[in-house]
Design a protein around this ligand. Structure first.
Ligand SMILES: Cc1cc2nc3c(=O)[nH]c(=O)nc-3n(C[C@H](O)[C@H](O)[C@H](O)COP(=O)(O)OP(=O)(O)OC[C@H]3O[C@@H](n4cnc5c(N)ncnc54)[C@H](O)[C@@H]3O)c2cc1C
Length: 373
């Protein structure tokens, strides 16, 4: 059996693991990333990178050219005939297939000299060593970027958490020219569907439901607008599913172990912020280790999760109560400036307390107003 060693071992080479490797390497650390799979790694995802995700990627030296996917300029909510849309205050989002994103992160990591091991599951052994693809590897720091069912998290005794929501996500791609320059979120009786343009002739359709026994087609069919749009469109990727959770861990570090990405907590996929959070955590982790330890990371990690989780709570409330959702959409359609302001909060360009102070009372009063009943 051979022997490897590194300063930082990252278990999991998905977006959060590669982002952490890049951020750490940008600060000169000796990093080894190991993943049980081979690249490019695909994963069920809505594939929308909001403008804030693109900004975090730029800080990692990954520039997303619009030609890599399809640009979108804002968000549209629809529930039957109630519709509202708003543009992002600055910049645009991009819909990009997961393997393309993975490839870009991989290229950047390679350029910086990150060491990588693929088809190499990480199995924990002891405090400062693991098996990487069956080979012993010593490390000073261990980063668990191994997704929402993280083994590193369990091994480090960091599983204690508050689980706020648990839903099921499914996605497939369709060969059809995007009909909209927005990410569209449609509500139906079986769940929500969001449609992200990912190319000039392709869209990603993701459905999220509280029920595990429904599938993408059933959710699409429950929404007449989408059923009509997608009727006859060729499916270009097999349907895949995954859990999506809103979860906050009690701690994200212990000793020399830190968690990033979904392993460290998450917000329901409908927020479209999972990737951005992983990129932010990666940058924060590098800053923290640059200061010699994990204290900064532990103390600031929660603030990265806070806003997306608050937004998830709001979206789940709308999901649970059809009457509230319809009223909210009618109010926002009548006052599009409120939806614009909300979107600015969502992408981190305005503060939630300020939004609530400026618009909270007005929004609440409108929700109760008889004309929106
Ligand atoms: C249906 C759905 C739609 C979504 N839509 C969006 C969206 O539009 N925008 C957005 O920003 N986010 C979205 N998300 C969330 C986003 O996909 C996740 O937040 C993101 O994938 C998390 O990345 P990660 O690197 O933490 O985890 P993962 O992508 O899960 O990567 C974990 C990696 O760890 C590896 N691994 C696991 N165990 C081991 C082991 N023992 N040893 C070695 N490797 C291991 C796995 O092979 C995997 O490659 C969506 C999620 C779902 C489910």
């Amino acid at each position: 059996m051979g022997q490897k060693s590194c300063d930082v071992l990252i278990a999991g080479g998905g977006p959060a693991g590669l982002a952490a490797a890049i951020a750490l390497r940008q600060r000169g650390a000796d990093v080894l990333v190991a993943d049980a799979l081979r690249p490019p790694i695909d994963k069920p995802c809505g594939e929308g990178l909001m403008p804030d995700s693109r900004r975090e990627l730029a800080r990692l030296g990954v520039n997303m050219d619009d030609r890599l996917g399809a640009r979108f300029s804002g968000i549209l909510f629809a529930d039957g005939d109630a519709r509202v849309r708003a543009e992002f205050p600055h910049g645009a989002g991009i819909g990009v297939r997961r393997p393309v994103l993975h490839h870009l992160l991989l290229d950047r990591a390679t350029e910086l000299g990150v060491r990588m091991a693929w088809n190499a599951p990480v199995v924990m052994k002891e405090q400062n060593a693991a098996l990487v693809g069956g080979e012993r590897c010593g490390f000073r720091w261990l980063v668990g970027a191994d997704g929402h069912a993280s083994r590193v998290r369990a091994w480090a005794g960091l599983d204690a958490a508050n689980l706020r929501s648990r839903r099921f996500g499914f996605r497939a791609h369709f060969c059809i020219a995007p009909w909209s320059s927005y990410v569209e979120i449609h509500w139906g009786a079986q769940g929500q569907v969001y449609v992200t343009p990912v190319g000039p002739h392709e869209i990603c359709v993701a459905a999220i439901s509280r029920r595990s026994d429904v599938r993408l087609k059933a959710v699409i069919d429950s929404i007449p607008f989408l059923r009509n749009k997608l009727a006859g469109a060729q499916v270009s990727s097999a349907e895949r599913g995954a859990l999506t959770l809103t979860r906050r861990l009690h701690r994200v570090t212990r000793g020399n172990v830190a968690l990033v990405g979904d392993a460290s907590g998450s917000a329901d996929a409908i927020t479209g912020e999972g990737l951005a959070m992983g990129f932010r955590q990666a940058l924060l982790l590098a800053e923290s280790l640059g200061q010699g330890g994990l204290h900064l990371y532990e103390s600031r990690h929660g603030s990265i999760l806070a806003l997306p989780q608050q937004m998830a709570t709001m979206m789940l409330l709308l999901d649970r109560h059809a009457w509230l959702r319809r009223r909210a959409l009618l109010v926002l359609a009548a006052r599009p400036e409120l939806f614009r302001a909300m979107l600015a909060v969502h992408v981190g360009e305005a503060s939630l307390p300020r939004f609530l102070a400026q618009h909270g009372l007005q929004f609440g009063a409108l929700l109760l107003a008889p004309q929106f009943a």
